[in-house]
Design a protein around this ligand. Sequence first.
Ligand code: SAH
Length: 223
Amino acid sequence: MRVTFVPDPEADDALERAELLLTLRKRGIRDPLLMRAFEQVPRERFVDPACRSLAWVDQALPISCGQTISQPAVVALMTEALDLKPSHSVLEIGTGSGYHAAILGQIAERVVTLERFRTLAQAAAERLRRLGYTNIEVVVADGSAGYAPRAPYDRIIITAAVNEVPPALFDQLRQGGVLVAPVGPPQDTQMLTRFALTADGIVKREMVPVRFVPLLKGVAQVL
Ligand code: SAH
């Protein structure tokens, strides 16, 4: 279910929210469905309580397990590159806080999101459930293998750095589908890259340099 939140215009973060939306516009984000999703998803509910005052600032913030909630402008850029339609089924690798999954869930029909830390996955699932997202499924799994039970997907997004896209993910992408990922060395900057699966093969387009935490192997043994 897509969710409608009515932010209180008197709330003390109303100005910051409006400023963030303006920042996204200035950065060239035009898709009205995407702008609406940013208006609707309460980012303050996804950040660590200690960072609440920074929830609507355009920056990445730390979350538990040494991970990060991505910068809103990067979430916007990646989502716009997906060309997401309301009929789409989406796979996200790297649930983290669940924020990007919520943005995807505002637009798409169904979202499956995979996370290797059980703690993060459980917290994100609980948060999304409380906010009313019934179309987002959080699964504890190593995202490198994708998630075959719901494949194929119209869109796949990796929100952790990869040296190369795990081949299993292309196998789970529908013909005509799009995959977006930060590709490059995990300890350095990566290139946000868009892959379109066409009848003639994979068409690759490099976008902008970004910095993500690495995609790690296996499900975490602790936490
Ligand atoms: N999309 C998130 C931010 C992602 S941070 C948000 O909106 O908050 C990257 C996440 O990928 C981290 O939570 C990390 O634990 C997870 N991750 C890293 N390697 C993974 C793997 N192999 N499978 C699943 N998740 C992984």
